[in-house]
Design a protein around this ligand. Structure first.
Ligand code: MN
Length: 382
């Protein structure tokens, strides 16, 4: 049974239903067009590539290609990066609803994501420890260093993301549908796709999508925030029946800030990503918190954890940032002198109390990551 067939039993508002109708309409349109105009080279390209050229807009054409790619992928799993965050969670759920398949994440949810699911009354996705043999589509990352265990590049069907194609993009043997937009969250891209397809998410999913946007953009304050994020945050809040999303974001940030029950090693790894910068293995962990002082007080404990993790993971550098989302600044911590030199080269300023304060720095994607990448690559070429 194909992907479209499998969806015929879904409720009326399910995207697959609209898509089936749309595909049928497009197929009829194509036949009609060929009868009138007769086959030409452009027409046969159109037929070969399916519906794209007759759907009228290049935006929906991209989605038609995606639908074609995903057809017949039985057991498709939408997944995010290792140490999944709320955007990976939300985007995988929205993508599975829009495009078929199911959400499955490579690890347990962090406290913020758990809070979001609880608040939204949404079902928790399956945790998949080993993806061997499973067809997947990826959201919220494109780096091989962040690939969940067991994923076979041959079985990756699509990527939807909002990150730079950095130092270690996935090496893919086949041409697949890849959509990267420089927006504040992957969930925003999915919300836009839903809009293009004329689909509304059920309230619980709209709520998780909203949580994903608010998490990645720090309640629309991060420098990564675009007008698209603002617009879709409002639309999803409306669909979710949430009147005051500032209040919702505030409670979510507070839930994220409570790290009292976590070991220093857990805190470093809660929102952690591996990178390859000029052949150097670099780990960057961040903890976004409204109560920065609690983590600053634990900085020597965190430093020991960073040193231990750096050894354990065989890294060239490991940097950790306490991101104070209330005062919009980061407190950078490191394990050894080599890491400290990278932090100094990346952010300037002076070390005080064994950390470095970077004012206005809140985004790993837009600020911390690129600064460290430049510093690591420059240090290497020295
Ligand atoms: Mn994201």
């Amino acid at each position: 049974m194909g992907f479209l067939d499998a969806k015929r039993t879904e409720p009326d508002n399910h995207p697959a239903k609209g898509r089936s109708n749309r595909m049928a309409a497009i197929a009829i349109g194509l036949i009609g067009f060929c009868l009138v105009a007769g086959p030409a080279i452009s027409d046969s390209i159109a037929s070969e590539q399916g519906a794209a050229t007759t759907s009228g807009s290049s935006a929906t054409a991209a989605l038609d290609y995606l639908a074609k790619e995903l057809q017949g992928r039985e057991g498709l799993i939408w997944t995010g990066h290792t140490n999944p965050d709320t955007d990976s969670l939300g985007a995988s759920l929205l993508a599975a609803f829009l495009h078929g398949g199911q959400s499955g994440l490579p690890g347990p949810l962090n406290p913020e994501s758990r809070f979001a699911l609880d608040q939204c009354n949404a079902d928790e996705p399956e945790v998949i420890a080993d993806f061997s043999g499973r067809p997947v589509a990826l959201v919220d990352f494109n780096q091989s260093t962040q690939l969940p265990p067991g994923i076979d590049p041959d079985l990756i069907a699509a990527i939807i993301d909002h990150h730079a194609i950095g130092g270690s993009p996935l090496n893919l043997p086949d041409v697949i549908s890849i959509e990267i937009r420089p927006w504040g969250s992957t969930a925003t891209i999915l919300a836009d796709q839903a809009k293009m397809l004329g689909i509304e998410f059920p309230a619980a999913l709209a709520c998780v999508g909203l949580a994903a946007i608010l998490s990645d953009t720090i309640n629309l304050t991060s420098p990564t925030t675009t007008d698209y994020d603002r617009t879709y945050a409002h639309e999803l809040a409306q669909q979710a029946g949430i009147d005051d999303f500032n209040e919702f974001a505030g409670r979510m940030l507070l839930a994220k800030s409570d790290l009292s029950g976590f070991s220093a090693e857990d805190i470093v790894m809660l929102d952690y990503k591996d990178f390859d910068f000029g052949g150097q293995k670099v780990g960057i962990g961040v903890a976004e918190t409204l109560t920065g002082q609690e983590l600053i007080d634990r900085r020597y404990e965190l430093k020991s954890a960073i040193e231990a993790l750096k050894r354990k993971r065989g890294l060239d550098h490991l940097i950790f940032a306490i991101v104070d989302t209330r005062d919009q600044k980061s407190y950078l911590l490191w394990g050894d002198d080599a890491d400290r030199d990278i932090v100094l080269a990346a952010f300037g300023g002076a070390v005080a109390d064994d950390m470095l304060v970077a004012d206005g720095v809140v985004s790993r994607k837009r600020q911390i990551g690129p600064a460290i990448q430049r510093a690591v690559e420059n240090a290497k070429s020295d």
